[in-house]
Structure formats: C-alpha cells, structure tokens
Write a protein that binds this ligand. Structure first.
Ligand code: AMP
Length: 214
C-alpha cells in the first residue's frame, strides 16, 4: 500500500507514519528528514536548502522531486511507502503522479490530517527529540519520566529543530495554506482523499487511520 500524508506542520504526519511503519510494513519517506540530513552533511543541496528551511519557505520543486524519485527506487519501497511532507505544491503532485506511473506504482490513499492553526504552534514550539534514538517528546504533553534522560534509550542528547520557533512556524503554516492545501483538490479529483481529525490525541488518530487503511 502506498499513501500520502497531507497536513500542516505539526499535524502528526511523522508521528503517525512511524507508528504505522511497524503495523503495515510501509516505509516512511520524509522529504524534511532527507533535507535535514543533506544540511547536516553540508552537501551542495543542503547548502542551497538551509536558508529557505530556516525561513520556513519551500525549497524548489526540482530539488525535492529529484530526492524522492531516487528514494522510491530503493528496494525497501517495494512493500509500500508513506510520503510525509511530499508533495507540497500542485506541480510536485503532478510530477509525483507521472513518476509513479512510470515506475509502476499507484497511490491507495491520500490522508488529510486536519488540525487548527493555534494548537499547531503550541505543538511545534514545544517539541524535541532524542538525538540518539529519535524518540519524540514535548515540553507540556510528553516529558521524559526523568528530566534530561530519554525514556527509551537512556541517552541525554536532546535536540530541537532549527525551524521549530514561533516566527518560522507561522511562515510554514502560511506556506501550507497557500501552496500545499490546493493539493487536496488535485487528489479529490482522483477520489483518493480521506479526511482524519488530527486535533484528537495520538492514539485516537491512529485508530481512525487503521479504519481507513484496513
Ligand atoms: P518538514 O520536516 O516536512 O516540516 O519540512 C521541513 C522543511 O523542509 C520545510 O519547511 C521546507 O522548507 C522543506 N521541505 C520539506 N519537504 C518539502 C517539499 N516537499 N517541498 C519543498 N520544501 C520542502
């Protein structure tokens, strides 16, 4: 099964994708994670993307389409994938349709996670992760049991994303409404859109998703 997670930053796309990876055997493909890895590695692509990402804008369509095309060709995508953060513009969606057609893949669902803007700012500005094992935490909603120690791996190397500050979050939300939300119409025409209430707690969102995915 191949699905797209659509929704504003902080809607829970990555969180749900990680939960579903184990249940359904689909791999999570996050263009944000791939771009952050390029920035960390200091590659040409990473150098080009860094300033745009820190300002909360979108990097060029060509850049992310190239990254995703190469990633989908890898073996682990054959059993299914979940796109998280891609496509983010209508031209990206059109390029993806063409790419999947050529590679012999098809989309099963486009899940739209709907969340109101204000809770999103609170969700994003409070989140952090364990740099050793990737476990996600939040200042208000999910603190580690022991201050400064990861519940899962015992590490203490916590990280916050450079773009998770309030000013950048507001730019990212504006980019979502202007450039990404129109994709719902694009996939609506293909009858692929399934709407999920992303305001609910994580486990209730997962339940809704499992009802859709079967
Ligand atoms: P994310 O981790 O999905 O929130 O993405 C972090 C940042 O990476 C975004 O704010 C954009 O600057 C950039 N980015 C990620 N995916 C895309 C995409 N599909 N198109 C353009 N920019 C992207």
């Amino acid at each position: 099964m191949n699905i797209i997670f659509l929704g504003p930053p902080g809607a829970g796309k990555g969180t749900q994708a990680k939960i579903l990876e184990d249940t359904y055997g689909m791999v999570q493909l996050s263009t944000g994670d791939m771009l952050r890895a390029e920035v960390a590695a200091g590659s040409d692509l990473g150098r080009k993307a860094k300033a745009v990402m820190e300002a909360g804008g979108l990097v060029s369509d060509d850049m992310v389409i190239g990254i995703i095309s190469g990633r989908i060709d890898q073996d682990d995508c054959k059993d299914g994938f979940m796109l998280d953060g891609f496509p983010r513009t209508v031209p990206q969606a059109e390029a993806l349709d063409e790419m999947l057609d050529k590679k012999g893949f098809r989309l099963d669902h486009v899940v739209e996670l709907r969340v109101d803007d204000e809770p999103l700012v609170r969700r994003i500005t409070g989140r952090f992760t364990c740099g050793d094992c990737g476990e996600g935490y939040h200042d208000e909603f999910k603190k580690p049991a022991k201050d400064g120690v990861c519940d899962r791996c015992g590490g203490g190397n916590f990280k916050r994303r450079a773009d998770d500050n309030e000013e950048t979050v507001r730019s990212r939300l504006a980019a979502y409404h202007a450039q990404t939300a129109p994709i719902v119409g694009h996939y609506g025409k293909q009858d692929l859109v399934r709407v999920v209430d992303g305001n609910l707690p994580i486990d209730r969102v997962t339940t809704q998703l499992k009802e859709i995915l079967g």
